[in-house]
Design a protein around this ligand. Structure first.
Ligand code: SAM
Length: 273
């Protein structure tokens, strides 16, 4: 099961490696991603499910209680979502302030920013964005929303850039951290991960492996802690003592991979020590 099929990059490699009896179930919360994956994976033994891994009960129902030998979650936002200005994730282009991975969800980033209390926004930007100037940014957003609604990614990026001193020696856009934080909050990403880490066992067959790729230190810490606890309890075996990181060659081919961390856990079979 690929819980985050996206454009189908991992899924294609997995599907091609399946034996004659093999089947891949490909899940994503984003209908646009599923449509693209469907065309990438045409002719492969793949079943598609629109689903949110923050609710595994619903996904388990869609697959009628089947168990899987491998479950992969490559979490976060996809390049496809980031690069499409219309999806409203990016501070580079100008688009509607949306940021929903699943466009049928009721709250976009624009609505979130219109309603979130300033203290809560400060916490979100500080924690999820690891932004030192979170209070300044949240106050600037508060002043801007009191003066009128914030409608576009360009407007939000300018508000943040004016609020944050540009750090010397870094060519990173100062809006990066705040955009990441708001995206994580709008999509309830940490709650979804927490749910997944607590319930993946309902979908994993004995002997099966559960692999998570994360891009954010908060998420990686959550994964590391949950995997250690499971291994200590005895029913699971940790296959990655340290997170697997991309090689320098991979990072130079694909710079967005630079902060990726892979961790893998294996479910023991009955009676296995
Ligand atoms: C980093 S991309 C995956 C890319 C994919 N592995 C590939 O090879 O093309 C993450 C994908 O996960 C989806 N996603 C993120 N959180 C999700 C969740 N809680 N439930 C289901 N899908 C989710 C996003 O919509 C996005 O398409």
């Amino acid at each position: 099961m690929d819980l985050t099929v996206g454009a189908g990059g991992h899924a294609k490699v997995i599907a091609e490696a399946l034996g004659p009896e093999g089947l891949l179930v490909a899940v994503d919360r984003d209908q646009v991603a599923l449509d693209i994956a469907r065309s990438t994976l045409v002719g492969q033994p793949v079943e598609f499910v629109r689903g949110f891994f923050g609710d595994l009960t619903e996904i388990a129902r869609s697959v009628e209680g089947r168990r899987f030998d491998g479950i992969l979650a490559d979490i976060g936002v996809s390049s496809m979502q980031l690069d499409d200005a219309e999806r409203g994730f990016s501070f580079r282009g100008d688009g509607p302030l949306d940021m929903r991975m699943d466009r049928s969800e009721p709250v976009s980033a624009k609505e979130y920013l219109a309603n979130v209390p300033t203290d809560e926004l400060t916490r979100v930007i500080a924690e999820y964005g690891e932004e030192r100037f979170a209070r300044r940014v949240a106050s600037a957003i508060d002043r801007a929303r009191n003066a009128g609604s914030i409608d576009t990614t360009g407007e939000l990026a300018e508000i943040v850039r004016r609020a944050v001193p540009k750090s010397r020696g870094s060519d990173k856009d100062p809006a990066t951290r705040t955009f990441q934080a708001i995206r994580i909050a709008v999509n309830r990403e940490l709650e979804a991960l927490d749910h997944l880490l607590g319930r993946f066992g309902t979908l994993l067959a004995p002997g099966g492996r559960f692999a998570v790729i994360s891009f954010h230190s908060l998420e990686d810490r959550q994964v590391k802690q949950a995997f250690r606890t499971r291994a200590q309890e005895g029913d699971y075996q940790l296959l990655t003592r340290n997170a697997v990181r991309p090689s320098p060659a991979e990072v130079s081919r694909n710079p967005r991979a630079r902060s990726a961390r892979l961790r893998v856990l294996r479910r023991k079979r009955e009676g296995e020590q």
